[in-house]
Design a protein around this ligand. Structure first.
Ligand code: PEP
Ligand code: MG
Length: 590
């Protein structure tokens, strides 16, 4: 997916564009725990001081472990403290020093970097071990690595939520909660080794309006803290240490982007209607209630997807019923009587539960995620809290409830039962709520899409989640950069499913929206219109572009595009055709 081209010291890397815009700033390179990784590359004269730093860090780490062992022995006895013997022996072992020192000398990298390389390799060997006991020792290795890094780096933990100058954050990957904590006044751009177009960290970067490129494979190895970077989140390009020519070229792209943005902004108060008069509803997707205003500023007619799990991701403690209620009321206050479609907690997979789980799942995207997580007996109190808050807030506006990752009718029935119990409770307590609150489902698994007719008679609306629908239909991890080229909405199987879901919605006369990232991409707009989609729920920044395409289209054209696209057999042919047709109505398509 990536390629690189050396031009003097200026290096161009190509990755996956996930959040549009251009940024110019020096880099801050961080690891998974927000430790700032300083320079990675050394000159020969730096080797000796680096080895001294390493020696001191190993000695200090061993001393820390010895004192920890001492205090654990006093409190819990010798047997419990025995686990620290292994850590101590490891840290004192000359072999470990030699291996890290050799990496520093051979690869001319810093002690931090060499420590990570050596210990991660050891962890990998253990992870691949068939022996369960050995495989479990991997957490000890991570612990040892963290301790040495801590002693090398000191307290220089990067607080990316409170910065005092502009930076581009460079990381191997960011979790959705790390991304949610980014301070978007100073974080001007984001570049990561891992990730895909619809990974949740990419979605949050878009929500925060931070230009981002992911799937760069080795950007963390190429960039040192303080290097000047250009991030082009529209084209998926990162320029490391740009020369004058590259800087001029990207300043020009930036000016063009600003003027296109101004032109699009003038569409804000115009309706999303095709030039032949077909009305379309354009909604926004949000992760935080504060984004509701941005949706209106961009011209949204409602919120089609509020991802409430970010309430968990953004805080250290479990949100209370009142926290949920206040967040929903905050969004409602901005939206007035416009629709606010709130999705119940979509926790699990890459969001929240794995890091805190006692035993992480082997295959979390196919595991206890979303509605499955909420319906687990031990999680019902958390689900009830959210449903109570949703119902209480529904007394103040047009709230509709959306359920994630539905695969069976039983899940819908069970949710109705829990909702019924919560309603009974509210009735007993004389608390007001919307009695006809609509209950819809995300159609984001092949099971739901293929049985849309069955679900259509039992729920109030559909919202097609193509991010997961693509992932599960094409068997492609949405966040894995190595298979990113296979992750496409232009696959004939997917287009066929969308068509059938829209048809099922028509049959039962229920609204069908599409809230996956596909709806935010202008090249799919004609196709979706032609398939009969009338509700698009998109990233707020994409609203003006999608509106412009809709307003320039006719239904005759859109239907012809959909018919023709469905006769094509490969995603490449389909994508090429859709781009050609889109340029006829939207020549600015990048
Ligand atoms: C989807 O899967 O398309 C979707 C909108 O939900 P999320 O991206 O939050 O999984
Ligand atoms: Mg989803």
């Amino acid at each position: 997916m990536t390629d690189s081209k050396e031009q003097a010291s200026c290096l161009t890397k190509k990755g996956i564009p996930v959040s549009a815009g251009i940024a110019f700033a020096p880099a801050v390179v961080i690891d998974a725990e927000d430790y700032r990784i300083p320079r990675r590359h050394l000159s020969r004269s730096d080797i000796r001081p680096e080895l001294n730093r390493l020696r001191k860090a190993l000695t200090d780490s061993a001393a820390e472990v010895a004192s920890l062992r001492e205090s654990v022995t006093q409190k819990f006895g010798r047997q419990t403290a025995a686990i620290f013997d292994m850590h101590w022996l490891y840290l004192r072992d000359r072999k470990l020093y030699n291996e890290i020192a050799e990496t520093i000398r051979d690869q001319l990298v810093t002690a931090e970097y060499a420590t990570s390389i050596v210990l991660r390799q050891k962890a990998l060997v253990l992870l691949e071990s068939a022996d369960q006991y050995m495989a479990e020792r991997v957490t000890d290795i991570y612990d040892i690595e963290r301790r040495i890094l801590h002693n090398l780096i000191g307290e220089k933990r990067e607080d990316i939520s409170h910065l005092n100058s502009d930076v581009v954050v460079v990381a191997h990957d960011l979790t959705p909660s790390q991304t949610a904590h980014l301070d978007n006044t100073h974080v001007k751009g984001l570049a990561t080794d891992a990730g895909g177009r619809t990974s949740h960290s990419a979605i949050v970067a878009r929500a925060l309006g931070i230009p981002a490129v992911v799937g760069l494979n080795d950007v963390t190895a190429l960039v040192s803290g303080g290097d000047e970077l250009i991030i082009d989140g529209t084209r998926g390009v990162v320029i490391i240490k740009p020369d004058e020519a590259a800087t001029q070229q990207y300043r020009q792209y930036e000016r063009e982007l600003i003027s296109l943005g101004q032109e699009l902004q003038s569409l804000r108060d115009l309706p999303a209607v095709t030039s032949c008069g077909t009305k379309v509803q354009l909604f926004g997707n949000i992760e935080f209630p504060q984004e509701a205003q941005a949706c209106l500023d961009y011209g949204a007619e409602g919120i089609g997807l509020y991802r409430t799990e970010f309430l968990h991701l953004g805080s250290e403690t479990e949100p209370s019923e009142q926290d949920h209620y206040e967040a929903y009321c905050q969004a409602l206050e901005v939206m007035g009587d416009r629709p606010l479609i709130i999705r119940t907690l979509d926790l699990g997979a890459d969001k929240y539960t794995q890091a805190r789980a006692a035993a992480p799942e082997r295959n979390p995207f196919l595991g206890c995620r979303s509605i499955r997580f909420c319906l687990q007996p031990e999680n019902l109190p958390l689900f009830r809290r959210q449903l109570r808050a949703l119902l209480r807030a529904s007394a103040h506006g047009d709230i509709r409830i959306l359920l994630p990752l539905i695969t069976t009718l039983t899940e819908l029935h069970q949710t109705r039962m829990v909702l019924g119990e919560v309603i009974e409770e509210l009735d007993e307590q004389d608390i007001d709520y919307r009695h006809d609150i609509p209950l819809g489902i995300m159609v984001e698994t092949p099971a739901a899409a293929l049985s849309a007719r069955m679900f259509g008679s039992e729920c109030s609306f559909f919202s097609i989640g193509t991010n997961d629908l693509i992932q599960y239909t094409l068997a492609v991890d949405r966040a894995n950069e190595h298979v990113a080229s296979l992750f496409t909405a232009a696959h004939p199987a997917l287009i066929g499913m969308i068509k059938d879901v829209i048809k099922a919605g028509k049959r039962y006369d229920i609204p069908v929206a599409l809230c996956g990232e596909m709806a935010s991409e202008p090249e799919f707009c004609l196709l979706l219109l032609g398939l009969g989609l009338r509700i698009f729920s998109v990233t707020p920044q994409a609203i003006p572009t999608i509106k412009k395409v809709i307003r320039a289209s006719t239904m005759t054209h859109a239907q012809r595009v959909a018919r023709r696209a469905m006769t094509l057999h490969t995603d490449r042919q389909i994508m090429h055709y859709l781009r050609l047709e889109t340029r006829k109505v939207f020549p600015d398509l990048v």
